[in-house]
Write a protein that binds this ligand. Sequence first.
Ligand code: ATP
Ligand code: MG
Length: 316
Amino acid sequence: MISVNKLNVSYKTDSGVARAITDLDMDVHEGETMGLVGESGSGKSTLGLAMMRILPKNAQILSGSIQVDGTDLMSLSTGKMRRLRGETISMVFQGAMNSLNPLMTIERQVSEPLIIHNMAQGEDALERGREVLRKVGLKSAVWKQYPHQLSGGMKQRAVIAMAIITNPKILIADEPTTGLDVVTQMAIVKLLKDTQRERNITMIFISHDLPIVTKIADRISIMYGGRLMESGTTSEIVRSPRHPYTTKLLASVPDVRGDHLISGIPGEPVSALRLPAGCLFRERCENALKECSSYNYEIGYQEKDHVAFCINTGAV
Ligand SMILES: Nc1ncnc2c1ncn2[C@@H]1O[C@H](COP(=O)(O)OP(=O)(O)OP(=O)(O)O)[C@@H](O)[C@H]1O
Ligand SMILES: [Mg+2]
C-alpha cells in the first residue's frame, strides 16, 4: 500500500542543513496500523508531511521514493497530488486541535475539506459534517459551538472527523493523543482503532509514546535521528526488542502532560544539524562497542519482518 524507499529529507536552516530523514525504508500494508515511534526530532512528522507531499519550503527530498499503491508520489502533478490528498490520504496534524479556527463553528470546520476538495457544498456538506461528528462521538449540542467551548478530547474528535470526512484509504495521525489526560488518550485510541477497522483504513499512528502505540499498532517502526532503528510486529517489539533504543523506550513513561519522556533514556537526542558518524544512538547506549563508531547501518538482526539496525543486538 505504502512503500518508502531509501528516503532522504533535509531542511535548510540558518544554522546549516538539518538531516531530518536518512535512508529510510518502510512498508505499510493495506488495512494495517503502523506505529511510528521516536523521541522529539526523530523525523516522524517530516515523514508524515513527505507522504502528504506538503513539506515546508525549506525542506528538500534529496533522494528516495514514496509509493502509494505503486504510484510514485514525487512523479504526480500538483493537481493529481491534491486529488490524492482528498480521496486517498489524509492527516491529523500534530497539534491540530489547538489550531482550529476560533471563529468557525465545529460543524462548519469539519465540513470544510469537502468544500475544498469539491466533494460537496452548502447544506449538503454541513449535513455530512454532522454525520461524521456523530460517528466520532460528538453530540448535536456541540455542532454549532466554537472550538473554545470544547474540551481537548472533544476537539481531538473534531479534528479526526475532519480528517476522515473525505473517506480516505490512508490516515496519518500525528501525535493524536499528545497533551490529553490518560483517560482521554485511551478514548482517542479506541476511536481511531474503531474507525480504522470499520473503514478498513491503512493507518500510520505517530507518537513519542511507545506504550500507547502498542495498544493500537499491528506493526511498529522505531526512529531515532531520522533513521529507522527497529521495526517489527507489535508483539515482537514488545516481547523481544532487538535494539537498545527500543528497550529504553519500552521502559520509559511519558510525563503527566504527555509530551515528553521522564525516565529511561539519559542524555539528549542527536541533533539533525550535526549527526555523528557510526550508530546515532551509541553515545547514549549502555551496550555500545568500539565498532559502533564505524557502524554503517547494515542490518544487524533480521527474522522475517523483524529488523534491527544494531551490531550488538544479542546484548539487549
Ligand atoms: N520547518 C523546519 N525547518 C527546519 N528544520 C526542521 C523543520 N521541521 C523539522 N525540522 C527538523 O527536522 C528534524 C525532524 O523533525 P520532525 O518534526 O520531523 O521530528 P518529530 O519526530 O516529528 O519530533 P516531535 O516529536 O517533536 O514532533 C528535527 O531536527 C527538526 O528540528
Ligand atoms: Mg512531530
